[in-house]
Design a protein around this ligand. Structure first.
Ligand code: F6P
Length: 345
């Protein structure tokens, strides 16, 4: 093995359109720019703890660019919670001759990666989430696709809302920030957008719906981020997954019932759920994922560990992995303001 560098890559946390573009970018960058080999680690940290890997050469990543999800699989198993941290990874890293790791993940996975890097694991990060809320980068791949899917769904819901003179609530993903709600809401011309960044008053929403009805628009579309708290203050939790991760969902149904009470208008709810995460990535996400993958291969092959690739403006740069561990990145006030201006009755 001596002489040929080996880069391992894993994808962790919820999947996201564009992950396969990153994997392909890492393989291409490693081979073309550094003469390095790539080893794919299966099912996130799980595969690294259990020694489940597969060799990724150019043939192995052919035809994956347009595929949603991740060819490597993913999980939320964490080596600090379900193992002994860095010590749980050494056996696989040594056995597979892995010199460095590319870790593609959201806030949880990157937090774990930063901790492992401080313990001496030679790794670099790639930020990933459809929620677009990871600090340190201007945008995450997957977000563009999710917004496109949500916009198409809201467009469809709007025509049936109009036919039936109904209030339609659309619940989209967004745990602590309302990026998808805001962008899809603006793009589809929603009448109200409720996001975790801003407090809301259902009496104001009811007034808006009544005022639209008074002007002859007896239907409305309200976009709700899954993470908005109820007026009483708590988020609506649907349950927990096998790793203890809180599943959000159901807030739009509560909001719909209250708006029906306040206005007397008939309301219906659509929860978009994982439709936003599945399927083929947009062209923009394929390009961004590919660029980040190549940049991550560069960082790993040149020993710039503890760093994360990021997009700043139109440039791919690298920042300290710790930057991804700060407070989640909210939708800027001017974009929220634009949404309000556009949805005024
Ligand atoms: O963090 C990304 C995300 O898509 C959130 O918006 C959502 O709440 C969560 O993942 C859903 O996770 P799961 O696939 O485990 O239900």
């Amino acid at each position: 093995m001596a002489g040929v560098q080996r880069i391992g890559i894993l994808t962790g946390g919820g999947d996201c359109p564009g992950l396969n573009a990153v994997i392909r970018g890492v393989v291409a960058g490693a081979a073309q720019r550094h003469g390095a080999e790539v080893v794919g680690i299966l099912d996130g940290w799980d595969g690294l703890m259990e020694g489940r890997v597969r060799r990724l050469d150019r043939d192995a990543v052919r035809g994956i660019l347009q595929r949603g999800g991740t060819i490597l699989g993913t999980s939320r198993r964490d080596p600090y919670v379900h193992g002994e941290g860095a010590a749980s990874l050494h056996a696989t890293l040594t056995r597979e001759w892995i010199d460095s790791l590319v870790v593609v993940g959201g806030d949880g996975t990157l937090r774990t990666a930063a901790r492992l890097a401080n313990e001496g694991i030679r790794l670099v990060g790639v930020p990933k989430t459809i929620d677009n809320d990871i600090p340190g980068t201007d945008v995450t791949f997957g977000f563009d696709t999710a917004v496109q899917i949500a916009t198409e769904a809201i467009d469809r819901i709007t025509t049936t809302a109009e036919s039936h003179d109904r209030v339609m609530l659309v619940e989209v993903m967004g745990r602590t920030q309302g990026w998808i709600a805001t962008y899809a809401g603006i793009a589809a011309g929603a009448d109200a957008i409720l996001v975790p960044e801003e407090p809301y008053d259902l009496n104001d929403v009811a007034t808006l719906l009544r005022s639209r009805a008074a002007r002859g628009r007896r239907y409305s579309v309200v976009v709700v981020a899954e993470g908005i708290p109820l007026p009483e203050g708590a988020q609506v939790v649907a349950g927990r997954d096998a790793f203890g991760f809180e599943r959000l969902g159901g807030v739009a149904a509560v909001v719909a019932a209250r708006l029906e009470e306040l206005t007397g208008f008939e309301a219906r709810v659509t929860v978009l759920g994982h439709i936003q995460r599945g399927g083929t990535p947009s062209a923009a996400d394929r390009v961004l994922g590919s660029r980040l993958g190549i940049a991550a291969a560069d960082l790993a092959a040149t020993g710039r560990f503890g760093r994360m690739v990021a997009l700043r403006g139109t440039q791919v740069v690298d920042v300290a992995l710790e930057e991804a561990c700060g407070a989640m990145r909210p939708v800027p006030a001017d974009i929220l303001e634009a949404a309000h201006t556009l949805s005024a009755p």
